[in-house]
Design a protein around this ligand. Structure first.
Ligand code: WTA
Length: 650
């Protein structure tokens, strides 16, 4: 565990409270504790009232069915359509000409779509999918760059009731294949490539073999983004532009049940196989619409920018569904913050007059290191609210963000949540909650959270424990696709009746929550979740590797970086060339984000007498800490040898 520990906090005495700045509270949507009070009085009627803000084709007849835990149902028998709530509803309210989506490509090309224009595109792609035979309940995989078509494809799926599975564009074709096979997708939507740091990253051509090995895939739809060459496979591959030419508009939204599946999003867990986290329609939209509205203080004239990728939950909930269901203008950018120069983000904020900016601590730490002069070149005074997500933010980075980017005029909403929770769970309300740098403050109204000890008992102030959610919430995951057993075991068996988050945390005397990071074998690399076992399985698939143990080593910028300890097969010599080859192999199997920073060869891994690999010891070696008791090891000699080998390289 890393993150903000009680000792660190107390030592640094960062107890200072940051109240919402006057300039902010003057215009905020909420500046009193009425929402907290309302939710406290009656949690369920609070959610019922929030749900009234959606357009329902038929109202629910039961708010929450908790008869069969952990299989909770929300808004039972309610009927609605997500794309209708994100598009048609606003057009009917006179917002047809308002910008829904503003896009800038890495090369500076720019497109914006009004709500009417976005609806038209979505209808056309819905009709195209319909003609390809995609029906309600079918799975569609989306493997795309950050371009408007990606969002059109997601919304079109929701319009016809197809279940989308968005796979992060940075995942490798092999990882894409695993996810297509697991979801049994009929259609894959992708692009010829994307622009990144001045280069074209190929997508469709790179996935040639992977796609051929997916028997469920009947059609692949390809957006031409870069002009990168690829071979159209006759009878299967179709060009987005051609399909859209003959597609029909309008296209009526399909009426969905509140509990109909909305999407699957694969995320890392503690085994080698990613989990297909399943979200459903009604509760998810109620959760993300409500949290977006209050956490990001939605205002009619906002230009909102969340820098995540649509391949992650943050992109789903707070680039697409949260902003659009509120009628906001959501900005997306294709490239990275350091290309062509390290002031790219500030340049974009100035150009588009961005008002709300939501990013990750790893990015903030990079900006900090690059220096204030990149920021000072630009007028970023349009900003009024900042957000942080994905990993614990250290107080230093928090203060820098507050002072240098927010100019001490913008509250920071540090939001703790997960792919599983669908919506923010621990977060300030920016016009209400006094902030403490490094703390995610308190539960969103209507959500019940606690920190518990090994026995599931609530811990006292300053006592470290495990973060749990005590009662169901609307946007909660409903299952793991095709694996209910793993769903029950991972989240619900640790502490009966409580949802186990996998994070360590503590509360302070004021009841503020402080997140310490994962307590399981999940790594957090630059805010991206990667399972140690996933990387280990990728390593041992290489013909030279016998066994592997992967750990997350504390890293100043990325939060954690990947270190792998590998034992080789008999007769194989471990040299620098093999290190490079193994790193490349992991990139191929998973994607560049999972590429180990360092790989060490060892003749044996430290194991308990029952054969369990002691990753904790490896972490201690990598972070150069005292090892403590190693007597339970099968072969204590192993540790000495690894320590010596590792030490020699550092
Ligand atoms: C971590 C991302 C500290 C946490 C939305 C969680 C955070 C995991 C924060 C989920 C935060 C997310 N402070 N840690 N504000 N937000 N995390 O599923 O360990 O990609 O369990 O969802 O990220 O990652 P996921």
């Amino acid at each position: 565990m890393s993150g903000n520990s009680p000792d660190e906090y107390l030592n640094k005495n960062r107890g200072k409270l940051f109240h919402p700045p006057d300039s902010f509270t003057k215009t905020t949507r909420l500046n009193d504790d009425s929402l907290y009070r309302k939710a406290k009085q009656d949690r369920l009627s609070f959610w019922s009232e929030m749900a009234e803000n959606l357009h329902w084709v038929e109202k629910w007849d039961q708010l929450l069915d908790d008869a069969n835990p952990p299989y909770y149902k929300w808004f039972v028998n309610g009927k609605l359509n997500i794309s209708e709530n994100c598009l048609d509803v606003h057009i009917n309210n006179g917002l047809g000409d308002k910008k829904a989506l503003v896009f800038e490509g890495e090369n500076g090309d720019s497109v914006s779509l009004t709500y009417s224009q976005l609806l038209k595109e979505v209808c056309k792609f819905s009709s195209a999918l319909n003609k390809l035979g995609v029906k309600k309940g079918d799975a569609v995989t989306i493997w795309m760059p950050m371009i408007p078509e990606s969002i059109v494809a997601m919304l079109a799926c929701t319009r016809i009731g197809a279940v989308h599975s968005v796979v992060f564009g940075g995942f490798s074709p092999d990882a894409l294949k695993d996810r297509i096979l697991d979801s049994e997708s009929k259609v894959v939507v992708t692009a010829d490539g994307s622009y990144r740091r001045g280069k074209v990253i190929p997508l469709r051509s790179a996935a040639e073999e992977a796609l051929d090995e997916c028997p469920s895939v009947e059609n692949v739809v390809i957006v031409k983004r870069t002009g990168n060459d690829f071979k159209l496979k006759e009878g299967r591959d179709l060009l987005w532009s051609e399909l859209m030419e003959t597609a029909e508009d309008p296209f009526d939204p399909v009426v969905m049940d509140a509990e109909d599946p909305l999407f699957i999003l694969y995320s890392s867990g503690t085994t080698g196989k990613p989990k297909g986290i399943l979200h459903t329609t009604g509760g998810y939209l109620v959760g993300v619409k409500t949290t977006f509205q209050y956490v990001f203080d939605h205002r009619e004239d906002d230009i909102y920018w969340c820098t995540a990728d649509i391949g992650w939950i943050t992109g789903h909930s707070y680039i697409v569904y949260g902003p659009l269901s509120n009628g906001s203008s959501t900005f997306i950018y294709e490239g990275t913050p350091d290309y062509p120069e390290r002031d790219r983000f500030w340049e974009l904020i100035e150009k588009y007059r961005i008002t709300v900016f939501y990013t990750a601590p790893t990015a903030i730490r990079s900006f900090m290191r690059w220096g204030n002069h990149y920021v000072d070149k630009h007028d970023i005074s349009s900003l009024r609210l900042l957000g942080s997500v994905g990993e614990p933010i250290n107080p230093e980075a928090w203060l820098w963000y507050y002072e240098q980017i927010g100019k001490s005029n913008c509250p920071i909403v540090d939001t703790w949540w997960q792919t599983e929770t669908g919506m923010t769970i621990l977060t300030p309300l920016p016009g209400v909650t006094p902030l403490k740098p490094g703390s995610v403050t308190m539960p969103f109204p209507g959500v019940e959270v606690d920190v518990v000890d090994d026995d599931g008992k609530s811990t006292g102030p300053g006592q470290k424990g495990f973060l749990v959610i005590k009662s169901p919430w609307p946007a909660m995951l409903r299952n793991l696709y095709g694996d209910p057993e793993r769903f029950e075991k991972t989240y619900w068996e640790q502490y009966p009746g409580l949802y186990f988050t996998g994070d360590g945390a503590w509360k302070d005397n004021d009841g503020y929550f402080w997140i310490m990071g994962r307590v399981d074998d999940v790594l957090n690399i630059s805010g991206h979740r990667i399972g140690t076992m996933e990387v280990e399985s990728a390593l041992v698939e290489h013909p030279s590797a016998a066994e592997a143990a992967v750990i997350g080593k504390a890293d100043e910028i990325k939060g954690q970086s990947i270190t792998a300890f590998v034992t080789l097969k008999e007769g194989v010599e471990g040299n620098d060339e093999l290190v490079q080859e193994l790193k490349k192999h992991v990139s191929k199997k998973i994607g560049a984000i999972a590429r180990p920073q360092e790989i060490f060869f060892t003749y044996e891994l430290p194991k308990t007498r029952s054969g369990k690999i002691m990753r904790r010891l490896l972490r201690d070696i990598a972070e150069q800490r005292d090892l403590g008791d190693v007597t339970t090891l099968m072969d204590p000699q192993v540790i000495a040898s690894i320590k010596e080998g590792y030490g020699a390289k550092h």
